[in-house]
Design a protein around this ligand. Sequence first.
Ligand code: BTN
Length: 239
Amino acid sequence: PGLRVQVMAEVDSTNTELMRRARASDVTPTLLVAEAQTAGRGRMGRPWKSASAHGHAALAFSLGLPLAPRDWSGLSLAVGLALAEALHPQLTIKWPNDLWWDGRKLSGILIETAASPALADDTRQVVIGIGINLDAPDAEGLSTRPAWVREFLPGLDAPGLLARVAPGLLQTVQQFEREGFAPLRDRYAGRDALAGREVALSDGLRGRAVGVSDLGALLVHTEMGTREVTSSEVSVRPV
Ligand code: BTN
């Protein structure tokens, strides 16, 4: 099946746009890139800023495609893994879906799903939104200092960055669709930024992160035994 690739000069959010299209029966597999987003969104309802006053500081795009029903909780890990492997051996993944360079956030992933009149009952349009900092981002208003791609790939521009990450991303998403997260687990383990670290869960519990399950749940050793944490449940931060 073909993939439609589109570039928009400006859109509210590439995720919002592909969700709208799905609800309006357009479920053509699409990679949508925005040169500027006016209402980019992050996880947990946070805004996501992609361009500074000095030009484009980030690559913002979304991949939308229908996916057969399965447990999608490992998809963001698979996506993060594909991006990390395409970019640099030293990039790590902070579960469930941030890419870290040198302990700072380089990239975020926002995955959403929509039902569509064009799809069978249990099939969903899955929209994978990816933002990657390309150049020194406007750090104003951010609590932590971010990282950017040109720190380790100095010559890269936004089209070059997209060309570098897109093939592996498509391949990994297709593999995930066929086989789920389990076959990717070992590769993920080599990039796990939280492995062995003390973490605090947003529900108040603390423990030591010891890896991820076959479905991509974070495994945390706590005083009350090992907990499998799914990303919809809690957020997690290293302490
Ligand atoms: C996060 O770190 O919380 C996730 C950030 C995701 C940002 C990307 S940019 C392309 C796509 N469109 C959006 O509105 N958000 C995602």
